[in-house]
Ligand binder design. Structure first.
Ligand code: SF4
Ligand code: SF4
Length: 703
C-alpha cells in the first residue's frame, strides 16, 4: 500500500506538456522568487556594522530553541493567541516535513509503503487539522476579538486566507482521491476519508474535480512559498534568529569605532525589524502610548524598517533616480512625529514582545543618530545635555548652592580627604530635588544605624551618564564614564551604593561594557599603561561593585545589622521602578525589606513586577515636556488607589518625584503617601545608632 504522488496529474495540460513537468517548472519559479526575496533581506542585514553583543552560545541557543519550539513568549498575556500560533506553527512544520518526505519518496527513494505510509498519512491528517483549527482561531482573534487592539492591514487577511485555502484544498484533494481510488487503511486518513464519504454517491466527475482541487492546492502553496520573504511570514526565519540574538543587550561601541556609521542600526536590530509581526503586544503595554503620547513601539520599529529598506534595498540601485541615489534617506525624515523622544526606555514592550524585539534600544539608536545630525532634538533635551557637559549635572552651574545641602547629611566626604569602605553616590536628582533630600537623609540614618562605614563624593560627584546614554549623546556619555572612573580611582572608590536604579544600572552594566574600550588611565598616544597622572604613580582603574539601596537594606536586615522595632500599621504597595525590575530583575529584595517592617501589610498593584507600569521619568523623559492630558504617573497612581494602599513605596528618585506630584494632581494626595523604601525603614528603626558586632567591611562585602 502506497500512494502515487502525481496520480491524475501527469497527463498533458498545455502544448503537449504533462502536469508533473509544469508543476516542477512552477516550483522552480516559486523557489527562485523566494530565494531572491531572502537574498534581498540578508543583503540589507549585511549592510551595517557587525555584532557587538556578548552572549553565551549554549544558554542563549537553549532559551531560543525553547522559546521558538514551544512558543513560550507568545502565550504571555494572550493564551488564546498563543494556542492559535502554536497550532499553526506545528501544523505548518509537520505539513512541510510531510511534503519533503513525499518528494524524497517520489524522486529519490520509495519508502512510504505499508504501515509506514499509513502512519505518515495519519500524522499529516492530524497536522492539517491543527493547522486549520489554528488559522480559524487566529482569524477569530484578529477580526472578531481584535485582541491587543491589532491594526489589520491588507496582508493580514490575505495570509490567513492563503493558509486556510492551502489546508482546506489539501483535505479536499485527499477526499476526492480516496473517493476515486479507495484503498485498504484509508480510514487512517480520517479527514480525507470523511470528505470522500460525504461525496459518496455522486461519483461523476470525481477525477476532474480532483485535478482542479489539486492544482488549486499546488498553486496556493507555491504562491505562499514565493510570497513568504515579502510578507510578515518571514518572521519564521527572522523571528527565530532574533529569539537567539535579541537575548544579549546592545553592545556599547565607542564613537571612534562608529565613525562613518552614523544613522545605522546594528545587525541584530536590522534582523529584529524583519522579525516584527505587527502583533501589537508592545503597543498595548507602552505607557507613553497609554498616556496619549505620539509613540507606538510597533510603529517605531516599522518606520525604522522602512527607513533602512529605502536606504539599502537592492532594487533602489535600479529604481532610484540619480538624484535620490546621491541623497539617500535621512533618519530625521523617518521620525515624523519625533516619536523616539517619547520613549522612557522602560522596556515593557521588550518584555512582552514574542520575538524579543527591543524598541527601547531602537529609540536610543534613533536618538543617537538625530543628535549626530543635530536635527529634531527637542530644546529641553539639548539644554539638559549642555548643562551636564558644562557643569556635570543637569541643572544649573554647580558650586556652593548646589552642594550646600550635602553638609546636612553629616556624612564623611571623599572629596575632603576622608576614606570609607563604601561610597554613597547621591545622584543628580537626589542632589537637587527637595523631596529626594529626605531620602538621602533617611539613607544616612539607616547606614549609621547599621554602622556601615560610608562617605559621599561631595564636590567630586558628577552625573553618572545615565541620561546622556539613554538620550543618545554618546560622546558626552564616554566623557562622563572616563571622568568618573578617574575620580573613583583617585579617591580609592570601588564599592558604590546608589538610591537611583538609573545610576545603579549605568555603573553596573554600561560602565563595564565600555571600560576596556576607552583609554582610561592610559596615555592616549602610546596606549601603554602609563597613567594619566603618572606623577602619582599611576591610576588603578577599579572594577566597580555597585549596589542599589534596596539590595543593601535587604542584606543588612538579613544579617541582623539593622533592627526594626517601630510598628508601621499601614497597607503598603510597591511600585517596581523599571531600571530596578525589568532591566535588572530585582523584584524580591524590596519586598523582603517591606515584609520585614513590623506592622506593614504588603499588597501588590495590579501591574507589578515584570508588568510594572512606568512612572514616565526614565530614558531622559524627566527632562522633556509633554502636553498630554494625563501623565503616565497619573495613570500609575490609579493602581495604588485600586489596591487601597495607604503608602505607595518606590525605590527610585524619578518615580518618587513623578508619583508624588501625580498623587496630588489625581486627587489622592490626602489619602495615599508616596515614599522611598528607605524612608519607611528609617521610620521603623528601633534604636538609631545601634552598632552591630559584624565589621562594616564584612557587611558591605556580604551585601
Ligand atoms: S515589536 Fe514585537 S510586540 Fe511589537 S508588534 Fe512587533 S513583534 Fe509584536
Ligand atoms: S520602552 Fe517603554 S516607553 Fe519605550 S516604547 Fe517600550 S513600552 Fe513604550
Amino acid at each position: 500500500m502506497t500512494r502515487e504522488v502525481f496520480w491524475n496529474i501527469k497527463g498533458e495540460i498545455l502544448w503537449g506538456i504533462g502536469g508533473q513537468v509544469i508543476f516542477y517548472v512552477l516550483s522552480a519559479l516559486a523557489i527562485a522568487v523566494f530565494l531572491f526575496g531572502f537574498y534581498r533581506i540578508v543583503r540589507i542585514w549585511s549592510s551595517t556594522w557587525g555584532e557587538r553583543r556578548e552572549r553565551k552560545f549554549g544558554d542563549s541557543a537553549r532559551t531560543a530553541a525553547l522559546d521558538a519550539l514551544l512558543g513560550r513568549r507568545i502565550f504571555r498575556g494572550d493564551i488564546f493567541g498563543g494556542l492559535a500560533h502554536f497550532l499553526i506553527m506545528w501544523g505548518f512544520v509537520l505539513l512541510f516535513i510531510g511534503t519533503v518526505l513525499l518528494t524524497v519518496h517520489n524522486d529519490i527513494y520509495e519508502f512510504l509503503r505499508g504501515t509506514v505510509y499509513l502512519i505518515y498519512s495519519l500524522a499529516l491528517d492530524l497536522a492539517g487539522v491543527f493547522f486549520i483549527l489554528g488559522t480559524l482561531m487566529a482569524a477569530f482573534r484578529r477580526f472578531v476579538l481584535r485582541a491587543n487592539r491589532v491594526h489589520n492591514l491588507w496582508d493580514d487577511p490575505v495570509i490567513l486566507g492563503l493558509l486556510f485555502v492551502i489546508a482546506a484544498t489539501g483535505f479536499l484533494t485527499e477526499g476526492l482521491r480516496l473517493w476515486s481510488i479507495s484503498h485498504i487503511g484509508q480510514e487512517l486518513s480520517p479527514m480525507g476519508d470523511a470528505l470522500g464519504a460525504l461525496l459518496d454517491g455522486n461519483a461523476a466527475g470525481a477525477e476532474g474535480a480532483h485535478r482542479i482541487s489539486w492544482w488549486f492546492h499546488a498553486l496556493a502553496a507555491l504562491g505562499l512559498v514565493s510570497y513568504l520573504p515579502y510578507s510578515k511570514l518571514f518572521h519564521m526565519f527572522s523571528g527565530a534568529a532574533n529569539l537567539y540574538l535579541g537575548q544579549a543587550p546592545v553592545g556599547i561601541v565607542p564613537l571612534e569605532e562608529r565613525e562613518g556609521l552614523e544613522g545605522e542600526f546594528d545587525r541584530t536590530q536590522l534582523i529584529s525589524f524583519d522579525a516584527c509581526t505587527k502583533c501589537n503586544r508592545c503597543e498595548v503595554v507602552c505607557p507613553a502610548y497609554a498616556a496619549g503620547e505620539p509613540l507606538s513601539p510597533r510603529d517605531l520599529v516599522l518606520s525604522m524598517k522602512q527607513y533602512t529598506r529605502r536606504k539599502h534595498a537592492i532594487e533602489r540601485r535600479y529604481l532610484d533616480s540619480d538624484d535620490s541615489k546621491k541623497n539617500p534617506p535621512k533618519i530625521d525624515d523617518a521620525v515624523a512625529k519625533d516619536e523616539c523622544w517619547y520613549c522612557t526606555t522602560c522596556v515593557a514592550c521588550a518584555e512582552r514582545c514574542p520575538v524579543r524585539i527591543n524598541p527601547a534600544e531602537i529609540a536610543r539608536e534613533t536618538r543617537a543618530a538625530l543628535i549626530d545630525s543635530g536635527k529634531r532634538v527637542p530644546k529641553t533635551i539639548r539644554d539638559v545635555l549642555n548643562n551636564v557637559g558644562k557643569y556635570g549635572n543637569p541643572w544649573e552651574p554647580g558650586g556652593p548652592k548646589h552642594y550646600a545641602w550635602l553638609k546636612e547629611l553629616e556624612a564623611k566626604d571623599f572629596s575632603q580627604g576622608d576614606s570609607a569602605d563604601l561610597c554613597y553616590f547621591v545622584g543628580c536628582l537626589a542632589s537637587d530635588d527637595q523631596r529626594n533630600h529626605d531620602v538621602a537623609k533617611a539613607l544616612v540614618k539607616v547606614l549609621n544605624s547599621a554602622a556601615v562605614d560610608f562617605a559621599i563624593m561631595g564636590k567630586e560627584e558628577t552625573c553618572c551618564g545615565d541620561f546622556a546614554r539613554r538620550l543618545g549623546e554618546d560622546g558626552l556619555f564616554e566623557a562622563l564614564v572616563e571622568g568618573n572612573y578617574s575620580a573613583f580611582a583617585d579617591l580609592g572608590i570601588s564599592n558604590i551604593l546608589t538610591t537611583s536604579p538609573h545610576c545603579f544600572h549605568t555603573m553596573s552594566r554600561d560602565y563595564p561594557a565600555i571600560k576596556d574600550k576607552l583609554n582610561i588611565g592610559q596615555d592616549p598616544k602610546s596606549k601603554s599603561s602609563v597613567s594619566a597622572s603618572a606623577t602619582d604613580g599611576g591610576l588603578s582603574i577599579p572594577d566597580l561593585n555597585v549596589r542599589h539601596h534596596a539590595q543593601l537594606l535587604a542584606q543588612l536586615l538579613g544579617n541582623g545589622s539593622l533592627r526594626l522595632g517601630h510598628r508601621i500599621e499601614k497597607t503598603v504597595a510597591f511600585h517596581d521602578p523599571c531600571y530596578l525590575g525589568r532591566h535588572n530583575g530585582i523584584y524580591n529584595a524590596p519586598r523582603e525589606v517591606l515584609r520585614a517592617i513590623p506592622g506593614v501589610r504588603l499588597v501588590e498593584l495590579s501591574r507589578s513586577r515584570e508588568g510594572s507600569f512606568c512612572c514616565g521619568g526614565g530614558g531622559g523623559r524627566m527632562w522633556m515636556e509633554s502636553d498630554v492630558e494625563h501623565r503616565m504617573s497619573e495613570l500609575r497612581v490609579q493602581d495604588a488607589a485600586l489596591a487601597k494602599a495607604d503608602v505607595l513605596v518606590t525605590a527610585c528618585p524619578y518615580c518618587l518625584s513623578n508619583l508624588t506630584d501625580s498623587m496630588k494632581v489625581a486627587g489622592y494626595g490626602e489619602q495615599i503617601e508616596v515614599k522611598d523604601i528607605v524612608e519607611l525603614v528609617a521610620e521603623a528603626i528601633e534604636e538609631p545608632g545601634v552598632v552591630d558586632s559584624v565589621g562594616s567591611s564584612d557587611k558591605i562585602k556580604e551585601a
